[in-house]
Design a protein. Sequence first.
Length: 410
Amino acid sequence: MGESFRKTSEEKVLRDPVHRYIHISYEVIWNLLNARWFQRLHRIRQLGGAFVVYPTACHTRFSHSIGVYEITRRMVSEIPEIRDSLNEREKITVMAAALLHDVGHAPYSHAFERILNLSHEDYTCRIIEEDEEIRSILEAASPGLAEDTADVIRHRSRNPLLSRLISGQLDADRMDYLLRDAYFTGTTYGEFDMERIFRTMRVINAMPVIKESGIYAVENYVMARYHSYWQVYYHPGARSYETMLFSLFKRLRNLHEKNAAPSVIPEFLPLLEGRELSLPEYFALDECTCSYAFMKLQSCGDPIASDLAERLLNRKLFDYMDASQENIAHVRACLSQSGFDPDYYLTEDDVMQSVYVPYTGEKDNAVWIRVHGGEIRELSDSSFIVSSLVRGKPLKDKRIYFPKEIRSLL
């Protein structure tokens, strides 16, 4: 397109324990990183409630976002078929989208999305297009860049390859969070050979594909996702923490309906009213605000809200068991007998995961393999391991959560 994007006076290098270094040489990327909305991600932890299970899992959406940027930067500069198929503006667009893809995240990872009934992607696009600072940074670099960046996140980019690099079955987002979460949880579940995937990645019809020689690295990547979900993301301890969050906000909303909600935290008012948050209201909602709110709620006068806030602050997690009808009835009776209101002290959580979902019409929902001879096959048609996993039933885990104080009665 003939555009020339300004470089920084010297390459900026940020240290990172996962990628060793994050390289920034474009002024627009450096300015976005220093924008207030992006700096807010320092105050949003990556893994929600997992820190109560894995003590060092306190890394943030900020570190994850610069990691996704770095993987994307490497893709567009080091993988020949990607590098040669994109012009400079497209590379800037996808790197900006990678950096900003989580800028609209609420506290506690995805838990607050259920509380707020919103999508962080929707807020991300609003921030990119409506926030004066971020929009002006992008538009100063190139007119129309803000909309183009948001379109990558919306999967509406004029070049679909851009969206697929950061949001697909084999993308920079998943690659970073698997490696980063494995590092900070002190586990090995999410480890895989990213360098081998890079070496065998090609582009056909704006679609990333993997040479057949890289299929073992992709199988390893799929299994890393599987193990990470069940051992980290769906760990019952982390889910216990998040169910207590739901119970606390359920209680606060019910109190609000009776005009009895504690007024100590005005930032929570839009949540209790159930209305869409403005960008300034959303900006104020981070984990620092929530932690302060829980501190104040301990002495709010409502015994249920006070107790739930104290449990969240001091890791007094709910216990759990399988969610059979018999268990639910028995736990409910024991709670009532012990003076706990089951509406707030009995919660259900149901999770399900398919290891890998093969192509069902949307090409983005698949990993493609180029076999010898040039034929392109979907991963489960090329891998015996993945095929076996796909034929199996999706794994489900339905549990109920309740205070440990009643365990002796069960």
